[in-house]
Design a protein around this ligand. Structure first.
Ligand SMILES: Nc1nc2c(ncn2[C@@H]2O[C@H](COP(=O)(O)OP(=O)(O)O)[C@@H](O)[C@H]2O)c(=O)[nH]1
Ligand SMILES: [Mg+2]
Length: 313
């Protein structure tokens, strides 16, 4: 099994906690008084709670559903004071975030494990690949990075830097090459060398959306021909700072490329960390990792309990 996808230790949980500090202080400023003491739950308190959740970018639908359920519990006296309200809110959020992985494809033992990384330009794909490669290398895995973003020359140069930093091997072709051909080369090399993992960087230009999606499809088919069941993971990278706008772009990808999980980057740079809930809710996909900075170690496995506790405590 690849333990990088598994549970993480206390220091990483602490880093996840740090990454939502902006969201936490914004939420706290709005809801602290709501949750303290034995304040009774009244309509004014609920209205404040609603505003705070919306401001944190939980999304209209989720906020409405949470509020409706809270109101219903208040009416039948199942909830009365603020402390209970806080617990109820946490439980609901944790439950919402526990989305099971949709594509169970037995990837645990596949060699090489083939990981596609997709998403629009600038969200942090290449950086995330470097961080992922580094985690795998720290586990003692051999890694090939595949420069299948052949659209810009700078893309493979950037990936090359991450390959060097993480101790991974880079497979690339000339700018403008067919991305599927680079995938072919990378997987052939991985098979020949019994490499543990191949991480594929992809182009993210949206203005040629239908081409992009056709290209991704071809890359997937090529991968499957060389390695049964590949790609085992298709990670969609999303930028937390784009908020709800990112969701529409994400849907374009999920509808075409069969995304298996989300990496949410730049969580360190936003006070709207509630987008985590909106993403899981709207896309029905698990968040696998969050990006908490620009450095190689700034990638943390996502954990619902830690995330929710970090938001409120
Ligand atoms: N603060 C912060 N910046 C990030 C994170 N991930 C990526 N970035 C920055 O986002 C910018 C775009 O990243 P890049 O990997 O080139 O995106 P790509 O176009 O999707 O490949 C770079 O300046 C990265 O340093 C993160 O988790 N936190
Ligand atoms: Mg890139």
């Amino acid at each position: 099994m690849f333990s990088i996808f598994g549970k993480s230790g206390p220091s990483l949980l602490e880093r996840l906690r740090e990454s939502v500090s902006k969201t936490r202080s914004q939420l706290a400023a709005k809801v602290e008084e709501l949750f303290t003491g034995e304040r009774r739950i009244d309509p004014a308190l609920l209205a404040k709670l609603e505003n705070a959740l919306l401001a944190a970018d939980l999304g209209v639908r989720t906020t409405r559903e949470i509020l409706a359920s809270v109101r219903e519990k208040v009416e039948r006296n199942a909830l009365s004071d603020a402390a209970q309200l806080k617990n109820e809110l946490k439980n609901q959020l944790v439950a919402l975030l526990h989305t099971e992985v949709l594509t169970a494809n037995g990837a645990g033992e596949a060699t090489p494990r083939v990981i596609f990384v997709v998403g629009v330009n600038g969200v942090g794909k290449t950086t995330t690949i470097g961080k992922l490669a580094n985690r795998l290398r720290e586990e003692g895995r051999s890694v090939i990075l595949c420069a299948a973003d052949t659209f810009r020359a700078a893309a493979s140069e950037q990936l090359d830097i991450w390959a060097e930093r993480s101790g991974a091997m880079l497979i690339k072709q000339k700018p403008g090459a067919d991305p599927a051909a680079v995938v072919y080369d990378a997987l052939a090399a991985a098979k020949a060398r019994a490499t543990d993992a191949v991480i594929v960087d992809t182009a993210g230009r949206l203005h040629t959306k239908s081409n992009l999606m056709a290209e991704l499809d071809k890359m997937k088919r090529t991968a499957a021909k060389l390695v049964p069941g590949a790609p085992h993971d298709v990670l969609l990278v999303m930028d937390a700072t784009t908020g709800q706008n990112g969701l529409q772009q994400a849907r374009e990808f999920t509808s075409v490329v069969g995304v298996t999980g989300i990496v949410l980057t730049k969580l360190d740079g936003t006070a709207k960390g509630g987008i985590v809930v909106a993403i899981v809710r709207e896309l029905g996909l698990p968040i696998r990792f969050v990006g908490v900075g620009e450095k190689i170690e700034d990638l943390v496995p996502f954990d619902p309990e830690t995330f929710v506790n970090s938001l409120f405590d």
